[in-house]
Design a binder for this molecule. Structure first.
Ligand SMILES: N[C@@H](CCC(=O)N[C@@H](CS)C(=O)NCC(=O)O)C(=O)O
Length: 324
């Protein structure tokens, strides 16, 4: 685990000293958008036109943020249009690597480079910041289009529609307003909340994260009692953003990140909803529990110094969900 400063790699854990024990996630630095015609998106510069074979996605199967982009690549039939590399699940002193000695880790199928940081350095030899996945790469301009998952999924949602003919819309115009506060609460208290809980280095920072986290789970449990999806009958990006955290909850966050007031399976609606999403066509193929469980327990030696990988829990994501 580390970061680049002026193009030089430093093997350093997150700094929580300056924040009273709190984990603070830094903002993604590459914020351009692929658009249908190459015009600029909401941020960054233009010139990234949707095209077949031009873009490459670097992901970790373990990472919930990268997982969102894998799901959208699948849902929007982009697999033949956007190529893929998968990093090794172990993220140690060199950060994410392209080692291939683990099933599912593909190596850097584009350039054969050893480390994910080399992709950042190829885009900007003086890059400063964390080397995170997902990375959306432009093979033509040899640069990073974006390393922000919430924006990558919106590009995937619509930019390639005329090429693929897939016009399914997970961010429909009329739901932009209602989706925003739901995304915000889920991001802050749950998607990022599990990390704030798990990476806290003081009791106060942990308490401040874990209490709102379970409040949000209770709120969602109630919402899903009378709603099939977060926005009622329409399946949206809000559901997929939630799903990648829920699917990791019992295998990782409950034990490793100390989010243990309850398990996901103790919330009947949330658990059935998670199974319903898992069972949608193609989704199970994007979920790699071996990488998920291995990555967290093996990589975070300040939390799990002996790197023992827990045996469970035994969960059946394929059990009937009964949600229509
Ligand atoms: N804002 C980014 C966050 C991505 C992120 O933090 N990914 C984690 C993996 S789950 C990572 O690569 N961490 C490496 C690090 O922080 O050094 C996004 O949503 O795309």
């Amino acid at each position: 685990m580390g970061l680049l400063v002026d193009g030089v790699w430093h093997d350093k854990w997150y700094d929580t000293k300056s924040t009273g024990g709190k984990f603070k996630r830094s903002d993604a630095k590459f914020r351009n958008w692929i658009t249908a015609d190459g015009s600029p998106g909401p941020s960054g510069t233009g010139g990234f036109k949707a095209d077949s074979g031009r873009y490459h996605l670097y992901v970790s199967y373990a990472c919930p943020w990268a997982h969102r982009t894998l799901i959208f690549r699948k849902l929007k039939n982009l697999e033949d249009y956007i190529s893929l590399s998968v990093v090794h699940p172990d993220m140690l002193g060199d950060g994410w690597t392209f080692a291939t000695d683990d099933k599912g880790a593909t190596g850097d199928t584009l350039y054969g480079l050893p480390f994910a940081r080399d992709i950042y350095l190829k885009a900007d030899p003086r890059f400063s910041g964390r080397v995170t996945v997902p990375i959306l790469w432009d093979k033509d301009r040899e640069t990073i289009v974006s390393n922000e998952s919430s924006e990558i999924i919106r590009m995937f949602n619509s930019a390639f529609d005329t090429l693929t003919g897939n016009t399914e819309d997970y961010w429909p115009e009329e739901l932009h307003d209602p989706i925003a506060p739901v995304n915000d609460r889920i991001y802050d208290t749950l998607n990022n909340g599990v990390y704030k809980s798990g990476f806290a280095t003081t009791q106060a920072a942990y308490d401040a994260a874990v209490v709102p986290l379970f409040d949000t789970l209770e709120w969602l449990e109630e919402r899903l009692e009378s709603n099939r999806y977060l926005m009622g009958d329409t399946l949206t990006e809000a559901d997929w953003r939630l799903f990648t955290t829920l699917v990791r909850f019992d295998p990782v966050y409950h034990l490793h990140f100390k989010c243990n007031l309850k398990r996901l399976i103790d919330f009947p609606n949330l658990w059935a909803y998670t199974r319903a999403l898992y069972q949608m066509p193609g989704i199970a193929e994007t979920v790699n529990f071996d990488h998920i469980i291995r990555h967290y327990h093996y990589s975070h030696d300040s939390i799990n110094p002996h790197r023992i990988i827990p045996v469970g829990p035994a969960l059946d994501f394929t059990a009937p969900h009964g949600r229509g």
